[in-house]
Design a protein around this ligand. Structure first.
Ligand SMILES: Nc1ncnc2c1ncn2[C@@H]1O[C@H](COP(=O)(O)OP(=O)(O)O)[C@@H](O)[C@H]1O
Ligand SMILES: [Mg+2]
Length: 348
């Protein structure tokens, strides 16, 4: 097993700095997701690892081998794209064995490897079908098996679920994770979907404008986003911009806390809907229920407060049984534990 090391990798397209000094160390067998909005450089980073883009600066190493100048076909990688990119005139079986034939593997090896791969992605019954005779999910599993056929050190996946509908998407997501853990290949997985990124990863690298804003395990990222961008991008959160007085930020009787160093007159606070404590005993800041949305085990309340004379909207998630008491129009009171609040200087 080999890991991947990137050192100070930069890449510009004309005036666009697609990658801006990226350093990243991926452990052998680790799955890292690159998460960020469209245009932040995810695909460029993946293509640089694959040797499909040549960085302007920096080094990329797979295992202990420097990849500079190594062409894509000689890199120990397998790729899966959003569009399945299967050969339409070849069956599932022929698509999967194609990379082995290119590498001139023996007939015996191809045959046994093929059975193994078909089992791995559970496509044995579909092995003799053509791409237009299988579903999108099956097509993507074929693409996965084809990428894994030469037993690459590193698997690169670029938004592999984007073309699929929601139900298939979660199933295939879990399937990719299962297979990756089984074959224990190092993997880099690109997505703009935060729940997908968190569900599948050992660590998530949050990207913005060609840089890595934060790299952390999913729980760590969810609990303690390091920057305002991470906090906005990860999880559904309440975000409020509030004035700072004497180094303190106060939101009525709901919470108050110290502003971070370097804050001038305004700060942005983030807290999760499940951390908003709702009560009817008057302790806290008054808030009116605007909308109540049943989500199953939990219910989300859309709340409006008039704190500081300005209407502010908040979300609170609570057990559905408790939420039954709160019809739209009800006034209740909200509190948030400062320990559950992330605070950043405004305009960071
Ligand atoms: N071949 C190219 N020529 C010019 N600009 C490019 C090229 N590839 C990517 N870019 C630009 O680089 C930036 C990053 O692109 P990309 O890596 O595709 O982002 P992402 O995959 O995160 O959506 C974008 O601004 C994009 O328009
Ligand atoms: Mg992309």
């Amino acid at each position: 097993m080999s890991g991947v090391i990137l050192r100070h990798v930069s890449k510009a397209f004309g005036a666009v700095q697609a990658l801006d000094d990226i350093s990243l160390e991926i452990a052998p067998g680790e799955l890292i997701t690159l998460l960020g909005p469209s245009g932040c450089g995810k695909t460029t980073l993946l293509r640089s690892i694959a040797g499909l883009e040549r960085p302007d600066h920096g080094e990329i190493q797979i295992g202990d081998r420097d990849m500079t100048g190594v062409p894509t076909r000689e890199r120990p990688i397998g790729m899966v794209f959003q569009s399945y990119a299967l050969f339409p005139n070849m069956t599932v079986r022929q698509n999967i064995s194609f990379p082995l034939e290119v590498r001139k593997a023996t007939v015996g090896h191809i045959r046994s490897r093929l059975e193994e791969l078909l089992e791995l992605v559970r496509l044995t019954p579909q092995a003799d079908r053509y791409p237009n005779q299988i579903s999108g999910g099956q097509a993507q599993r074929t693409a996965l098996a084809r990428a894994l056929a030469p037993a690459p050190d590193v698997l690169l996946l670029d938004e592999p679920l984007s073309a699929l509908d929601a139900l298939v998407r979660t199933r295939l997501r879990d399937e990719i994770r299962r297979v990756q853990q089984l074959v224990r290949t190092t993997a880099v997985y690109v997505t703009h979907d935060q729940s997908e990124a968190m569900a599948i990863a050992d660590r998530v690298a949050v990207m913005n404008h060609g840089r890595i804003e934060q790299i952390a395990s999913p729980p760590e990222l969810y609990e303690t986003p390091a920057t305002e961008f991470s906090a906005t991008f990860v999880g559904s959160r309440n975000a409020l911009e509030l004035p700072v007085h004497d180094g303190q930020v106060r939101f009525g009787d709901a919470f108050h806390l110290g502003a971070p160093d370097g804050t001038t007159d305004r700060a942005v606070v983030f807290f999760r809907p499940e951390d908003v404590h709702v009560g009817s005993n008057g302790d806290g800041e008054p808030a009116t229920v605007e909308v109540r949305i049943f989500l199953g085990a939990t219910t989300r309340l859309h709340l409006v407060t008039e704190t500081g004379g300005q209407p502010a909207r908040l979300y609170a998630d609570l057990p559905s049984r408790q939420a039954l008491a709160y019809e739209p129009g009800t006034t209740l009171s909200v509190q948030v534990d400062p320990a559950d609040i992330r605070i950043f200087p405004a305009g960071d």
